[in-house]
Design a protein around this ligand. Structure first.
Ligand SMILES: [Fe+2]
Ligand SMILES: [Fe+2]
Length: 309
């Protein structure tokens, strides 16, 4: 039998699969998820906990897999859908994460970028069009600590913050969502160790870590299909408004509003996911350690938002 790989981030929701899914162990394909299973709630959590990057299906089942994807996405974005909001959020979160992974693995592919870009606009509509959407997406734990899931979280916080700050232009909100999704492209180029805290890094590790914004932006600079705003966000999302960020120690006046928003959103999600600050302590920690580094209204909004999750 011939096999093709599928992304774990696409296996989401209450729709039962009509194909077997395999995991590769050494040279062998082992049946891992059976025809008839679905991936909502606790099942999704368990699947993510396995920290698998790729799974496999039989090549003969490829069209069944594609049908599954189409039905899933359509049902999830359909406002009249009778699927509950948490399940819709899980499918949409997974599909956004998948878009990020596709762009990170194939940055030269204009189609992958354009799919991510168009889907980012749909994502904004979803997040702002349902009172529980933002909460439902942020409820999904990033148990496998991926940069792609982190990107979806940052995008979600950024859209919420942009909305609060009165950014309503469709193009701007689309760039904000997409910038959040793709901001850490640089981490996909170098080895990223999610659990290593900055104070615990060796000098060499810190140098590699701190190179990610510039490395990412430089690699994309000649890709005509990338919007300059997105490259700006990738380059400057680790800067702080007081000049103490990196790579260039820029000040508030050098940072455009969308980059500043993604920057604050990134700080919050880093604390929660990679620094393991508990949810009920993160608002306090954000206000105690980041005032002056991010605009105060940003910190205030995100500190309030996280209390509702
Ligand atoms: Fe970053
Ligand atoms: Fe980040």
């Amino acid at each position: 039998m011939d096999y093709v790989s599928v992304r774990v981030s696409t296996l989401r929701g209450d729709q039962k699969i009509k194909f077997n899914v395999y995991v590769q162990i050494n040279d062998k394909m082992i049946l891992y998820i059976r025809d008839g299973d679905s991936f909502e709630g606790t099942r999704l959590k368990r699947l993510k906990e396995k920290k698998l990057k790729k799974l496999y299906i039989s090549q003969d089942d490829e069209s069944k897999y594609r049908d599954y994807l189409l039905v899933n996405i359509e049902r999830a974005y359909d406002k009249q859908s009778n699927v509950d909001i948490q399940t819709r959020a899980e499918i949409i979160q997974g599909s956004q994460q998948c878009n990020v992974e596709e762009v990170f693995e194939n940055p030269e592919n204009a189609e992958a970028y354009n799919i991510a870009k168009e889907s980012a606009a749909k994502y904004v509509q979803f997040l702002l069009g349902h009172s529980q959407a933002i909460r439902s997406v942020l409820n999904i734990e990033n148990t496998d600590q991926t940069i792609s899931h982190h990107g979806v979280n940052v995008s979600t916080y950024a859209v919420s913050l942009g909305h609060k700050l009165g950014i309503i232009d469709d193009k701007q909100t689309q760039m904000l969502a997409l910038g959040g999704l793709l901001h850490d492209y640089g981490h996909s180029i170098t080895q990223f160790v999610p659990n290593k805290l900055i104070p615990d890094m060796t000098t060499d590790e810190l140098t590699v870590y701190k190179s990610h914004p510039e490395l990412g932006a430089n690699k994309l600079q000649d890709k005509k299909h990338f919007d300059q705003q997105i490259i700006q966000i990738i380059m400057k999302h680790e800067e702080y408004i007081d000049g103490t960020g990196y790579p260039h120690g820029l000040m508030e006046k050098d940072l455009d509003p969308l980059t500043q928003i993604v920057g604050t959103a990134n700080t919050l999600d880093r604390m929660l996911v990679f620094e393991h600050v508990p949810k009920d302590e993160v608002s306090k920690k954000l206000m105690m350690t980041k005032v002056g580094k991010h605009p105060l209204p940003h910190l205030q909004h995100l500190a309030e938002l996280i209390k509702t999750i």
